[in-house]
Design a protein around this ligand. Sequence first.
Ligand SMILES: [Zn+2]
Length: 402
Amino acid sequence: MKTIFRNFRLIDSTQDTVGTVLVTDCGTIGAVITDTQAKLPDVYRIFDGGGRLVLSPAFVDMHTHLRDPGFPEKETLESAALAAAAGGFGTLVCMANTKPVIDNLALAQLLKQRSDVLGIIDLYPAMALTHALEGQELSGITESLPDTIRLLSEDGKDIYDDALFLAALQAASRADKMVSCHCEAGGESAAVARAITLGKKAGCRIHIAHVSTQAAVATIRREKSKPDARLSCEISPHHCALTQKDARKLGAETFGLVAPPLRTEDDRRAIKEGLCDGTINVIATDHAPHTSSDKEAGSPGFTGLETAFAVCNTVLVRENHISPQKLSDSMSAEPARLLGFSDRGRLASGLYADLVVLDPEQQRTVNPALFYSRGKNTPFAGRTWYGVVLLTMHRGRIVYES
Ligand SMILES: [Zn+2]
């Protein structure tokens, strides 16, 4: 179905201008028009942004925990896809810590096929580095892994054995896949340095997941300034917005528990500075849905897909740390680029019509009862943020409307 978004504030990594976007019936962006006098074609469906509402490329999340297969009480592929659409996301990379663990291509392909049938988002499973995430022997990393696998990760766990970690990174390098590293063992900064050192030795692209400390930001900044750096990293919305004070209020060992933990105000400032100066590439949710009883029992993580934009828009854009374009870059263009997608992440003719309509000025109070995600474990319940997702389009089809 042909659609036209007329008179929107078009924001992506390269522009912030009022204009019009045409969507073709094949689900791609047909044209981006910034000439307000341009004659527009007859179309079936028209949305008018009143010159105020924002049209951006849908978000790309490099770090989601789907819990499917294996933990339907926490989340299913279906509930996660709906939550993603409600949060403005078009593409997710999901982590391998399911039951069974996604440690081979067949399981990854099955999950992707199930997601493709739903047609709500585009899913790319990350494959584990070791068999069953046990840290004992390598998983099914082969040189011929197809593009279904964009990322390899042992997320949630560090591989303690240096020789095995190096072997995993060498296998990833031969397969030309990036590795996302959860770095906590021995302290975040030391673990980051270790991943970078072994990554260099293996000739492997390293992506540091959920950077949360001042020291780790400094280490990454130093490493990225070197000419041969093949290094990227992400931060999470909750580390941008919250500190250990919030964790204590929520229950440091229960509802405020996340890995890596919420840190100090200095750490929070450092990751925001890292985002501003380009040290940090990407904002990723680390969406980690849990049941209430699992949180009571100390399961780490927060549900995050449905609050990511509002939280980042409020604490990063409205508090003048970054521009709206930079936020779009961190949530869409840059993760798309790192994952090797040239077909999404910006507003440009020929790309997929994976789009999101946003009202950055509208305030809304977080009510987890209204989440599509089965995980109601948000640290933001009852808090009010600026920014509402009004509509999400996936491949030219509306998959969410508020
Ligand atoms: Zn992690």
